[in-house]
Design a protein around this ligand. Structure first.
Ligand code: ASP
Ligand code: MG
Length: 403
């Protein structure tokens, strides 16, 4: 008998009709003699509505109360799911995070699950019941409710799977898997059958918003295989795993791109120790996320140019921090708002030489100018003008035979 954790995202439980459909999916697992645990998000829009309410009360809403408020969305969806399962003849009950308990650590709104006390849930499973557990939340040492970051129900499902030693964790969402690139941007994008955690992490943090990146990290650390599937259509999804069994010999697994990046160049910066640190210190203190960074070798040994990227929303603030920074001197400061990062991702590049060359050559063949380059073991990223992103994706998709 297999134990499966089924997680449903907000759109999957977005209406009464959807909840009834989801209960049919749950019952199909039960009929195949699985032990089934359900983890659910709030109905889509519910969490945003609660956030808006808190803002109407105070623009400085207490953080602990904020989590108490936000966690109610999942209470509603889970009770509705359990209620429906009862209605169609299954033994089921909802479980709020504190009733389990799911123990978290860290600040409100950004806590992390530390431990799941799974005894009661396990007993209930053994007796044929279907536990329906609230995603996205837990309690801390002071018995206050916490939430674990937007879209956190993925992480809840993975931690539950870990603690009850589930055989499978299936994330039901509104897309039917992970694609080689955004299918809305490029019609020839293909569904990926299997992807390594590390590749998925790069894809997830680069904008293929199928899963929350921290939960992919949790899955990797706990060695839980994840299946991503659609709750809207019955199709095979994508398996996220570390097992290299039956992997294709594809070198590049996917291509992703970002939106709303901005590039900043500081020319003629005095080249001495601590300069980069003093430029980035105020940015990090103000939670401005710096992405690509390049510094040129100082030709005259005295001055250097520094280029880095941030989100364009942060551009104004960043400009202010640099201009008011008394610790640095420079000759020229310039900005470019219309840039985007295009990345190719694949563990295959570790063992295959020449990938960088093929990427650059393909881009050159379409006259796409590369502004900044950065690489990691399994990813090569280039910064290009935003209006060339689509062209870049098309040519790279072809070059690496993903079409
Ligand atoms: N309901 C929460 C959110 O909207 C958590 C989740 O959806 O996973 O962020
Ligand atoms: Mg959600």
């Amino acid at each position: 008998m297999k134990t499966v954790v089924l997680k449903f995202g907000g759109t999957s439980v977005g209406s009464i009709d959807r909840i009834k459909k989801v209960c049919k999916i749950i019952s199909s697992y039960k009929k195949k003699k699985n032990k089934v645990v359900v983890v659910s998000s709030a109905m889509s829009g519910a969490t945003n509505e609660l956030i808006n309410k808190s803002k109407l009360i105070s623009n400085n809403f207490d953080k602990a109360e904020y989590d108490t408020l936000l966690s109610t969305g999942e209470q509603v969806s889970c009770a509705l799911i359990a209620g429906r399962l009862n209605h169609i003849g299954f033994k089921s009950r909802s479980w709020l995070s504190w009733q389990i308990p799911i123990i978290t650590e860290g600040p409100h709104s950004a806590a992390r699950i530390n431990r799941v006390v799974s005894k009661d849930v396990q007993n209930y499973l053994k007796n044929g019941g279907i536990p329906v557990i609230t995603g996205f939340q837990g309690i801390n040492n002071n018995y206050r409710l916490t939430t674990i970051g937007r879209s956190g129900s993925d992480a809840t499902a993975i931690m539950i799977a870990k603690y009850i030693k589930a055989d499978e964790c299936i994330i039901y969402t509104d897309v039917d898997g992970v694609y080689t690139t955004d299918p809305r941007q490029y019609k020839k994008a293909k569904k990926i059958k299997k992807i390594f955690y590390d590749e998925m992490l790069e894809m997830a943090s680069l904008g293929s918003k199928v899963m929350q990146p921290t939960s992919v990290q949790d899955a990797k650390l706990s060695k839980i295989d994840i299946k991503v599937k659609s709750s809207f259509v019955s199709k095979p999804g994508t398996l996220i795993t570390n097992s290299s069994k039956a992997f294709s010999n594809q070198i590049i697994t996917g291509i992703s791109s970002t939106k709303n990046d901005a590039k900043i160049t500081i020319e003629g910066v005095k080249d001495r120790p601590g300069v980069a640190a003093s430029i980035f210190k105020p940015l990090s203190q103000n939670l401005i996320n710096v992405d690509m960074v390049v510094q040129n070798i100082a030709l005259n040994g005295k001055e250097t140019d520094l280029t880095f990227t941030i989100k364009s929303d942060d551009l104004k603030k960043t400009e202010k921090f640099i201009k008011s920074n008394k610790k640095i001197s420079y000759k020229k400061l310039s900005f470019d708002k219309n840039v985007s990062k295009v990345s190719i991702i694949g563990v295959g590049m570790i063992t295959t030489p020449g990938i960088t060359y093929r990427m650059f050559q393909a881009l050159a063949s379409k006259k796409i100018n590369i502004l900044v380059i950065s690489t990691s073991e399994i990813k090569i990223s280039v910064l290009v003008a935003t209006n060339q992103v689509k062209k870049a994706i098309v040519v790279l998709h072809k070059e690496f035979k993903l079409d």
